[in-house]
Design a protein around this ligand. Structure first.
Ligand code: SF4
Ligand code: SF4
Length: 397
């Protein structure tokens, strides 16, 4: 996990036409097999992208089929798969897991969920100070990813499972950005505050996955990472060097890596990696549309993070400025019921995976508990629910 990179990586590309599970087993075999990743590790920490309660079918989150196949490979090597992921700061972890069905999925597939303290309590975290970092000079990673201090044995390996999609803040989110979700929220706040592009490069100087498999079974372009357009790429890309994996992903979606600020900095500061490409010979699958550059939106989004420093000092532990702001219902992507078109059929209430979010009597949404999954918006037969706030959200049918 810490600085274990071969000089020349093997990057494998495979399509998912025969199913995501079969494709995952194939791509793991193409990069040398799971045993070459696990080595002496007893556990494999799986880091999917569960940034919010939006299903893999929308191209927002990592597919369960991919996770299932990875977990089966880890079990076959005699190691234990462990899932470790905390959604974006504006979303609640337990509610997100409920919407996605993470608990049942993990129970059915022998994956242990590790719920580390998202606020960075000392018992769960260990600090890294990567050499050469320019902005993120120190950050914490889960203690379970570190070497056994007595035997110096690598207890855990780190398997990074991002989604091939765009991002309204970082332009794209691929292998290099995905490990951000395993950092405690105060360190993520620092990354947003001090310049996310440089901080992603700095993070990757200290935290190097043993394997990255990018889930492009669906993917998303436009206003990703949650409300962009489904891309239907049907591809997986795997390798050990996250930068090399990301460069290959850019080729598949017709994006120049230097158009992605953190990849541009990574190429300048870390140098262009070398790799051997195996698997299928795939040219550009889809020309991705990058998110529109809305300077005001980006500034307001950025401002939430420096403001969170004084806010979180005063607020109850675990409360953040963005969650309070989103809870007002005045900002962010959010559903709103139009009384004139609503027939009070109750379908939205039944569809909502969380209790007591929509009040059918008043037709109000409780924005303190709503997780903005937009399932109610998709389900309403009268089109009586609209989506407020800046996003690319559109009805899928
Ligand atoms: S599903 Fe639509 S029409 Fe039915 S109660 Fe909800 S908002 Fe009203
Ligand atoms: S109210 Fe709608 S958007 Fe909010 S959690 Fe329920 S289904 Fe999702």
């Amino acid at each position: 996990m810490l600085a274990t990179q071969p000089a020349i990586d093997t990057i494998a590309i495979t399509r998912t036409f025969d199913g995501i599970e079969a494709a995952t087993h194939r791509v793991i075999s193409q990069i040398g097999g799971m045993a070459s990743v696990i080595r002496e590790a007893k556990i494999a920490v799986l880091k999917p992208n569960f940034v919010a309660g939006r299903s893999a079918e929308t191209g927002s989150t990592t597919s369960f089929a991919l996770l299932k196949a990875v977990a089966a490979e880890v079990h076959a090597c005699g190691a234990e798969p462990v899932l470790c992921e905390t959604p974006g700061t504006e979303f609640d972890r337990e509610a997100t897991y409920t919407i996605l069905g993470v608990e049942k999925f993990c129970a059915d597939n022998g994956i242990r969920i590790v719920r580390i303290d998202p606020e960075g309590g000392e018992q769960d975290w260990i600090e890294l100070r990567p050499a050469g970092a320019k902005s993120l000079r120190r950050f914490r990673i889960p203690r379970l990813l570190c070497r056994d201090p007595i035997n110096r044995v690598q207890e855990a390996c780190f398997i990074n499972l991002p989604v091939l999609k765009t991002h309204v803040v970082s332009t794209m989110t691929l292998g290099m950005k995905n490990p951000m979700g395993i950092l405690p929220r105060p360190d993520r706040r620092a990354m947003h505050t001090f310049g996310i592009a440089q901080c992603i490069v700095d993070m990757n100087r200290g935290l190097k996955p043993d394997l990255t498999i990018v889930d492009g079974s669906v993917g998303q372009d436009g206003e990703g990472p949650l409300y962009g357009d489904k891309a239907d790429l049907q591809v997986l890309v795997a390798g050990r060097d996250s930068l090399a994996v990301d460069l290959v992903c850019c080729q598949l979606v017709g994006i120049k890596p230097r158009a992605i600020p953190h990849l541009k900095l990574a190429l300048e500061q870390l140098g262009k990696p070398s790799w051997t490409q195996v698997g299928e010979d795939v040219s550009m699958i889809k020309q991705f549309r990058l998110p529109e550059q809305r300077s005001l939106y980006r500034f307001i989004f950025w401002l939430m993070y420096p403001l969170d420093y004084p806010y979180s000092w005063m607020a109850e532990r675990g409360k953040h400025f963005c969650t309070t702001l989103y809870g007002t219902g005045l900002v962010g992507t959010r559903p709103q019921i139009n009384e004139a078109s609503c027939t009070h059929c109750g379908i939205c209430v039944k569809t909502c995976p969380l209790p007591n979010v929509i009040d059918l009597k008043t037709l109000k949404v409780n924005y303190k508990t709503c997780q903005r999954c937009l399932l109610c918006y998709e389900a309403c037969p009268e089109n009586a629910i609209s989506v407020k706030g800046y996003s690319g959200a559109r009805r899928s049918s």
